[in-house]
Design a protein around this ligand. Structure first.
Ligand SMILES: Cc1cc2nc3c(=O)[nH]c(=O)nc-3n(C[C@H](O)[C@H](O)[C@H](O)COP(=O)(O)OP(=O)(O)OC[C@H]3O[C@@H](n4cnc5c(N)ncnc54)[C@H](O)[C@@H]3O)c2cc1C
Length: 442
């Protein structure tokens, strides 16, 4: 059996970060990856001359974010696109009212101010909410206290529901009241014209990565661990497991002995979400110019309400929208054509006959991906924010969990993946490591 200092399960950003830092420190490291590619939930598709991020696209705020330093150090080109965190009005957004009319600048501004005011009351409600309350409970309680006129309240309510759906891929009723506590963006958001996938490619350089190795069992004791997959077993003094929550909960991935508390309790409180991207490439741009996004209010926007203009990024007229939460569940078995037609129908409510037939449609399917089983994890009602970091509690000095769900400050992001991998490497080496060395050679 091959033996290593450390084995890392999963070649996503968390695993590659941990493996790179350990290898740079002189450890013998093996990375086992189930898929036939690296990057995990950062996955850039290059096809027909187009670059498409099927997984993550945004850094949600670059100020004080080590991920921003790391992508800079690797020389990755980024462009500002500060609309990826379901902002109401920090950048130009074309709002369309329930009847399909474009809102004036004053009306859009007033709506943005309503959201700002509501948010501060909502934060106070959540701060004193009883454990087990959902985000929807907190929204309703806040609306009742504010007693706003019916249509004003309706616009704010639907925005908050859509925020839970777009940010966490889950209906507000199924998300813990604290599920969006991390939802603040420090500084600009950026995206990557050459794709977020470049990050994994840089992190992977010089590492021993075995693709198509589906790990089924991690056997651990205070003396070390054995990691089993179809190709056989590998042993190491330390193991870092970075598979998504969906895999940990699937029954296809076994720990022997079973994970102890507090990890099991923490895992139980998270679920993988329902969240898909829909890219539509058109021959001509028929929508508003100089806006970051287009938003439909009211019943017409129940499923498809927000479109993001990627034209400048892709160099061709392109809109991105999301099937998020209930709409992702409902459309899960639909063909791409069926989904596109449903989205176009919603766009016709705004632009009528101007709507063109798309030349190309791409719909992701993370819900049915056997190695993620969803896009990212969310907190079910009753789970606690600190459960994220509890997941990373080292077990017997041998076993470490890392990955987006294990980082409490900004979970569900690439930043969280990077930071969690960095923490696992620090825990193993027993010393602090700077992020900037990640771009050094191994
Ligand atoms: C559609 C979508 C949009 C997103 N948008 C953004 C965004 O704009 N900004 C942002 O910051 N974040 C975004 N995210 C979230 C972000 O992509 C993730 O939080 C991050 O990439 C997770 O990294 P990770 O290393 O924790 O997990 P992963 O990237 O999932 O890495 C885990 C690895 O483990 C492998 N694996 C699974 N099971 C096994 C097994 N049994 N044996 C061996 N290997 C296994 C997987 O194949 C995978 O490569 C998005 C995600 C999706 C899907």
């Amino acid at each position: 059996m091959e033996t290593f200092d450390a084995i890392v399960v999963g070649a996503g950003v968390a695993g590659l970060t941990a493996a790179r830092l350990l290898a740079q420190a002189g450890q013998g490291v093996l990375v086992l990856e189930a898929r036939d590619r690296i990057g995990g939930r950062t996955w850039t598709e290059h096809a027909d001359g187009f670059t498409t991020d099927r997984g993550a696209s945004w850094i949600h705020g670059i100020d004080g974010n080590p991920l921003a330093q790391v992508v800079d150090a690797f020389g990755m080109r980024s462009v500002e696109f500060t609309v990826g965190s379901y902002q109401s009005h920090s950048r130009p957004i074309a709002y369309y009212g329930p009847a399909g009319e474009r809102l004036s600048e004053e009306a859009s501004h007033a709506f943005g101010e309503d959201i700002r005011e509501f948010d501060s009351h909502l934060a106070a409600t959540i701060g004193v909410s009883v454990p087990g309350s959902s985000y929807a409970d907190a929204i309703e309680e806040t609306l009742t206290a504010l007693d706003w006129e019916a249509s004003r309240a309706a616009r704010v309510r639907e925005f908050m529901y859509h925020r839970a759906e777009e940010q966490y891929g889950v209906s507000a009723g199924n998300l813990d009241a604290h599920g969006l506590d991390d939802d603040s963006v420090e500084g600009d958001e950026v995206v990557f014209p050459e794709g977020f996938g470049e990050l994994a490619a840089h992190l992977a350089k010089g590492l021993d990565i075995r693709l198509d190795h589906v790990v089924t069992r991690v056997q651990w004791s205070p003396d070390g661990a054995r990691v089993m997959c179809g190709q056989g077993g590998f042993s190491a003094a330390k193991v870092i497991v970075t598979v998504p929550i969906g895999i940990l909960k699937s029954g296809d991935f076994e720990f022997s002995p079973a994970l102890p508390e507090p990890l099991t309790d923490a895992i139980a409180g998270f679920e993988m979400n329902n969240f898909e991207k829909v890219f539509l490439r058109f021959p001509r741009k028929f929508w508003d110019h100089d806006v970051y996004a287009i938003r439909q209010q009211g019943d017409a926007g129940t499923w498809w309400h927000s479109w993001y203009d990627l034209t400048d990024l892709h160099g061709v007229p392109t809109l991105l929208t999301f099937a998020a939460g209930p709409s992702a569940l409902e459309t899960r078995g639909w063909s791409d054509g069926h989904i596109a037609e449903s989205v176009l129908q919603a766009l016709r409510g705004i632009y009528g006959e101007l709507v063109e037939t798309p030349e190309h449609v791409l719909v992701t399917n993370w819900q049915d991906d056997p190695f993620s089983r969803g896009s990212y994890a969310y907190m079910t009602p009753g789970s606690r924010t600190e459960h994220h970091d509890l997941l990373a509690t080292p077990v017997a000095g041998v076993l470490h969990l890392a990955g987006e769900a294990t980082w409490g400050e900004d979970p569900a992001t690439v930043t969280a993946a990077l930071r969690s991998g960095h923490r696992a490497a620090q825990n193993i080496l027993g010393r602090e490591l700077p992020f900037k060395t990640l771009s050094d050679r191994i």
